[in-house]
Design a protein around this ligand. Structure first.
Ligand SMILES: [Zn+2]
Ligand SMILES: [Zn+2]
Length: 125
């Protein structure tokens, strides 16, 4: 993958963020008229194909985050979209099953959805 100035801008934003970002959120963090949304999506797709980023889906929106050496997942409030980091516990579970079936794992994806404490209270859940 060629690291163009545009791609580096997007990666830098993802690096600085401490939670997953949608393409719109990335665009809003860039100076106005720097990159259009489809350019951002194209770069994010490329990063995903190269296993540089992972994705989580919520309310028809895709959120992207960097694959760090310290790999983790997210728990997301479906009301206010607050995100919490959770550690990954499925590595060796998946490895065992993959071994059994001769499956070669490239990556995995897991997101936990629900309501945070504040939203449970405000929604009377
Ligand atoms: Zn919430
Ligand atoms: Zn994991």
């Amino acid at each position: 993958m060629r690291m163009t100035a545009q791609r580096k801008q997007i990666l830098d934003i993802l690096k600085q963020a401490n939670h997953p970002l949608s393409a719109e959120m990335i665009m809003n963090k860039l100076p106005e008229d720097t990159l259009n949304l489809s350019t951002i999506y194209r770069s994010l797709d490329l990063f995903f194909a190269q296993e540089i980023v992972s994705k989580s889906y919520m309310n028809h929106t895709t959120y992207y985050y960097l694959n760090q050496r310290e790999h983790h997942h997210y728990m997301i409030c479906i009301n206010c979209q607050k995100m919490y980091e959770i550690n990954c516990h499925i590595h060796h579970i998946a490895d065992d099953i993959a071994d059994k079936h001769g499956f070669k794992i490239t990556h995995h994806d897991m997101t936990v959805y629900g309501y945070c404490k504040a939203c449970q209270a405000s929604l009377n859940l």
